[in-house]
Design a protein around this ligand. Structure first.
Ligand code: ZN
Ligand code: ZN
Length: 596
């Protein structure tokens, strides 16, 4: 007991000055206890939020909402020191003595701290990525999320604005030969988001009874802030940049970033190779289905001899079945009860009726990001609603709307709803919020989350989803799935193998059957991001491999629903650690450890 208390005191202290590793009171004995680990986790998170107020706000921890740190060398040094201290503190625990859940937390915390060190000291995006400096999304969050009374949120908003001019002055000082693509992206994002300070903040103030004199001060500061944001955008646009860094990350940084972000057992190169094979397999299967379906849609008309052309023709024909622009949201709303009923009738996974899903028009401040997305309650706000945000097509040209609706046609619209909602993201994140660990929610693994959504699409199809149009549904799913597969091929090829724009567009349009506009949008995305596009296919691959191994292990006792629920019960943990837990037998009968 005393030892635990000492340990705790040391940890609190260590956040301030660092704790000597070989201090007399801190032997290996102290790490053997899950209770001590839990105490440590709490102080770890508290320390993390204190150094990262914006991150804290975004996960629903609002103690530091009023703070904005100037992104200078000092704060980066503090962050690196924090990471080193935590890696050291973690090393005091004997991981094998911890519970299964805490072992996963341990891995996640260690990975996160190593990633922070790596990104600040090796990747150094703070030198070359102007879009890494952006205060707007946190301010938008404070303004738009109803977690506290409006006047309280606005006062925090006001306090937090204090440092905005200093923040952007420092950003200008830190940037050296930034990536040109990221420079224009940052300028665009800042000009696009400045309305929060110029208009939305003032509109919200009117709804409060904050005294007029105080409101005046608040509005003045919002003006100064907006000016600073516009000045940053102008500075970026005027920047003389003769030797910009390439937007391609490069092989070494890429492998490291993949290791920390994706947390796969495989390397990026291995996943790339697997995706290339997967693409070949999908093309073979798609050609088979297309040959079978041809007479149904084209009668006796001659089939194209080129199989990619044949597939493209069928996809094109099937895409013509789609909703009207005004009915897009209601078409999505209608899917939800159907999917719920299907999941229940096939007994795929237990759904929690106490956490309803609300389909809503995409809120203005999110507009333009994606056609459809999920907003789920954060780890500190588990009782919040889950929203399925649907972008409105109002004001679109008829060509643009048509192209979009063909992309989200009657087939793929159903797949979209599986992916985003049931049993995809919405279901997974409800399970995730039930996992009794903040660490797993806060450091949620994107590859596991996206992988589950992709996996759930195929699982629905394998269980007969699609009714009497199953071949059509399967063909359209393969097309949809090719997007995930080609995301990986594209990202890796562009960032490590110098793939050129025209080859990228050819890959996406000819081999993944995408519209020109979609392919161009993807090129833009791959030139301002890296590794994130790998998460879909990597997570999917790992879950499928795990399920195969699990099936083999359980033999007759294997049940799909049991696999799904067990898999989801660990929270948004990297698949490799879920695998470690699921493949270790712990039956009461004592059948021992089957290993692997
Ligand atoms: Zn049409
Ligand atoms: Zn997704």
């Amino acid at each position: 007991m005393i030892k635990k208390l000492l340990f705790f005191a040391c940890l609190i202290f260590s956040l301030l000055i660092g704790c000597k590793k070989d201090g007399s009171s801190t032997g290996p004995l102290q790490g053997k206890d899950d209770a001590a680990f839990t105490i440590y986790e709490n102080s770890f998170l508290e320390g993390l939020w204190k150094l990262n107020p914006d991150w804290a706000t975004s996960v629903g921890y609002h103690k530091y909402d009023s703070l904005l740190f100037v992104p200078d060398d000092k704060i980066r040094d503090k962050m690196v020191t924090f990471a080193k201290v935590q890696i050291d503190s973690l090393s005091r625990f004997e991981i094998t003595q911890l519970s299964e859940g805490n072992r996963m937390d341990y891995h996640l915390m260690q990975n996160q701290m190593e990633q922070i060190e790596w990104s600040l000291q090796q990747q150094k995006a703070w030198q070359w990525d102007p879009s890494s400096y952006n205060v707007i999304s946190t301010f938008a969050y404070i303004l738009n999320e109803h977690y506290a009374p409006l006047s309280k949120r606005l006062r925090n908003f006001y306090q937090k604005m204090t440092n905005i001019p200093a923040y952007y002055k420092e950003a200008e000082k830190q940037l050296r030969n930034p990536v040109a693509e990221l420079t224009s992206l940052a300028a665009e994002q800042h000009l696009g988001g400045v309305g929060i300070f110029e208009k939305d903040f003032a509109d919200s103030l009117k709804k409060t009874n904050i005294p007029a004199a105080e409101q005046k001060l608040m509005l003045d500061r919002a003006k100064v802030s907006a000016d600073a944001i516009r000045a940053y955008a102008a500075w970026l646009k005027a920047l003389k940049n003769d030797k910009p860094r390439s937007f391609r990350l490069g092989k070494d940084l890429y492998e490291s970033k993949f290791k920390y972000n994706i947390q796969s057992e495989s390397t990026a190169q291995q996943i790339f190779n697997s995706a290339v094979e997967r693409k070949k397999y999908l093309h073979r299967e798609m050609a088979k289905i297309s040959k079978k379906l041809w007479p149904k849609y084209f009668g006796s008309k001659a089939m194209p001899s080129d199989s990619l052309e044949l597939i493209a023709k069928l996809i094109d024909t099937l895409s013509a079945k789609h909703a009207e622009p005004g009915d897009f949201q209601s078409a999505i709303e209608k899917q939800i009860p159907k999917l719920t009923a299907f999941v229940k009738s096939k007994d795929l996974v237990t759904l929690d009726p106490s956490k309803p899903l609300v389909v809503r028009k995409e809120p203005g401040y999110m507009a333009g990001v994606a056609g459809a997305s999920m907003s789920s309650p954060g780890p500190y706000d588990k009782d919040g609603n889950s929203y399925f945000n649907v972008g409105s097509l109002a004001g679109w040209s008829s060509e643009k709307a048509e192209s979009y609706l063909r992309e989200y046609n009657n087939y793929t619209l159903q797949i979209l709803c599986i992916h985003e909602a049931i049993p995809g993201h919405y279901v997974q994140l409800i399970y995730s919020n039930k996992a009794p660990s903040l660490i797993k929610s806060v450091f949620g693994n994107g590859a596991m989350v996206e992988g589950w959504a992709v996996y759930s699409e195929e699982m629905m199809l394998d269980n007969g989803f699609g009714g009497d149009e199953q071949p059509e549904m399967r063909l359209m799913w393969y097309k949809w799935h090719l997007r995930s597969v080609c995301n990986t091929i594209l990202d890796y090829s562009v960032h490590t193998q110098n793939m050129q724009q025209q080859d990228a567009i050819k890959l996406l349009t000819r081999e993944a059957f995408q519209q020109q506009a979609e392919a161009e949008g993807k090129w833009k995305r791959v030139s301002v991001s890296s590794v994130q596009l790998d998460s879909y296919y990597t997570g999917y691959r790992e879950i499928m491999d795990l399920r195969e191994a699990y099936k083999k292990k359980l033999g007759d006792k294997y049940k799909l629903k049991e696999f799904n629920e067990k898999f989801l019960s660990y929270g948004s943990t990297p698949v490799r650690y879920i695998k470690e837990a699921m493949m270790t037998v712990k039956t009461g009968g004592g059948s021992g450890n089957s290993g692997q």
